[in-house]
Every structure is written in C-alpha cells, then in structure tokens.
Design a protein around this ligand. Structure first.
Ligand SMILES: [Zn+2]
Length: 333
C-alpha cells in the first residue's frame, strides 16, 4: 500500500464523518486556497514570461511551454497567459483573482477583445483604462461580462448568416439571434430538457423541426436523424409529471394503488398554468432563503403531497426542477 493510497483512504474516512455544514465550509476554504494558488501560479508564469525561460527549454512560446512541459490544456494555458500578462499592467488583478471577484475566463474575454480592437481599430488601452475596465466586470457572470465588453467597445452585432457544407456533407451554420429570439430558443430548450437531456442547440432545433414536420405529414414521418425511439422523442413536451412515479415508490404502493394515483394525474392545462406562472424551480434553501430558479427539467410538485391528501388544485402546486423534486421526496422536506 502506497503512502498516497493511505492518505486518500484517511481523507475519505474523514470526509464521511463531516457534517453537511463542515463539508460545505471545507470546500469553501479549499476553493479559496485554490484561488490563492492560482494567483501564485500567475506570478510564476509572469516571471517565466519575463525571462523567456521557455526558449532555452526548446519551446517556441510561453503557450507551448505551458502545454507541453507544464501540462495545461491549450485553453487553460491561454487563460493563464492572458491573466499573467494583464497582471503585469494591472497588479491589483492578482488580489481580485484571489478573492474571487474576477475569474481567469473574464480576463481572457478582455484580452481577446483588446487584441481585436488593437488589430481592427489600432486602439491600445492604457494600464489605468484596463484597470477601470476590469473593475466593471467584478462579480459579473461570463455572459454579463460579454455584454458589458460588447457595449463598452461598441462591437457591432455580427448579423451575417454563414452556411458552409463540410466534406462529410454536414453543414456548419453561423447565425445571429436577437435577445428575444434567443430567449425563445432557450425556453424551448429548457422545456425539452426531459425529452432531450443535455441536448445541444443543434439537436434542439432539429427536434423542433421534426415535431413540426410530424404535425404536417403525420406519424408516417420518421427522420433518419432519430436515434431514440419515437415514444421517447415524443415525451411530454411541456413537462413530465414525474410525481406519479415518485409518490408511488415512496408509498411502495400495490398495482391497484398505482392505478388510483395515476387516475389523479394533474390535468395538462393545470400543469401548463403552474409552469407558466413560475420563474423556474421554486425550491428554497430554508437557511439562506436562496431560491434555485433553474429552468431545466421542470416538473409540477404537490406542496401537500398526494399521499398525504394533497390535491391537484393550482394552489397546492408549484414548479420544481427534477433534482429538487427528488431531493424533496427522498428527504421528506
Ligand atoms: Zn431546483
């Protein structure tokens, strides 16, 4: 038995003994350590960059050095180079990365845009301008940062539609959707998440097209792209009422009980109403008050469970993502 194995076994045993709160706080602490370490790594990379240490080590660039000799993936290497170089001009960046208010990926977004405006418009930002720009991105998500940067640099929306046939006859399409159009597509994707878990945007669009064709030409239509059986792709478009299964297994009902439960299934119109009025999963953390809000895998949940006499009145119904629905039933909360 190696020392490493013994160590990992001890860690595993200790982890098993942790309370939920201790586990959460340990992870918080380790993530903070990870960010501290990232800051130190950026300082080391900046120094390697200054010394051009990669050249005597037979690497053509800092990027090659980080990928081939240090073992980063190309994307991770690029993010670290972008941040290390930005840190040379904006030293405050290190502490922002360390406290988590800025992420490596945001710094990379900034560097990409700065490269673009330097190339296209010959504009070069001064260090204090870069510092101000980074300040605007603090505590923002990747999408929010993207929007701020596009507005800041007045990047024109790319509206050109491109379609290219590739050698295997697949077609690569590049298109622009307005904010409203994208919201509709995202909504459809979320509603389809039961039938097509983890589907790409392309799979969602094809599935919607297939559904439309089927409404026009009937059941005889069968797409070659379908890999799943018809019944599965035809799964309830709005949402599956999984509660039937959950409450049945929770009560370990007999066949006749199961029949009774299924007779009480929530009418489609009621389900539609409940899903329509919600902003996503309504599960709330009882300690922090934080609401999940997920828009994927949504199901309709009985506030007063059916086995405890709860009915299908919309007042007794709410929206839950399938993870929280299962969590609620297994934890009886
Ligand atoms: Zn949820």
């Amino acid at each position: 038995m190696t020392q490493d194995f013994e160590f990992s076994q001890t860690v595993k045993m200790n982890l098993f003994e942790l309370t939920n709160e201790e586990l959460h706080h340990r992870l918080l602490n380790r993530a903070a350590e990870e960010r501290r370490l990232t800051h130190q790594i950026l300082q080391l990379i900046a120094e390697v960059d200054q010394r051009k240490l990669y050249l005597p080590m037979a690497q053509a660039s800092l990027f090659d050095y980080l990928v081939k000799l240090i073992g980063y993936t190309p994307a991770s290497a690029q993010r670290r180079i972008d941040a290390a170089r930005m840190m040379q001009q904006v030293p405050e960046l290190g502490s922002k990365i360390e406290d988590g208010s800025l992420k490596l990926s945001q710094v990379s977004q900034v560097q990409q845009i700065l490269r673009l405006v330097r190339k296209n418009d010959n504009i070069q930002l001064l260090p204090n301008e870069k510092k101000d720009l980074l300040a605007k991105l603090e505590n923002k998500t990747g999408e929010e940062s993207e929007l701020i940067l596009a507005q800041e640099f007045k990047l024109p929306p790319q509206t050109q539609f491109r379609q290219k046939i590739q050698q295997d006859e697949s077609v690569r399409i590049e298109l622009t959707l307005s904010k409203k159009q994208m919201e509709i597509v995202e909504r459809a994707k979320a509603l389809l998440s039961h039938a097509l878990p983890g589907a790409t945007l392309a799979e969602v669009i094809v599935n919607l097209a297939e559904r439309y064709v089927r409404t026009r030409v009937g059941a005889k239509f069968r797409s070659k792209s379908q890999t799943k059986p018809e019944t599965e792709t035809n799964a309830d478009f709005e949402s599956k009422d999984r509660i039937d299964q959950d409450s049945t297994s929770a009560t370990e009902g007999t066949a006749s009980q199961r029949r009774v439960v299924s007779q009480q299934a929530i009418p489609a119109a009621v389900k539609k109403k409940v899903l329509g009025r919600s902003q996503g999963c309504e599960f709330r953390d009882s300690k922090t008050g934080k609401v999940c809000g997920s828009k994927r895998f949504l199901e309709v949940d009985h506030i007063q469970p059916r086995f405890a006499g709860g009915g299908n009145d919309p007042f007794n119904l709410r929206t839950m993502c399938s993870s929280h629905n299962k969590f609620r039933y297994t934890n009886r909360c």
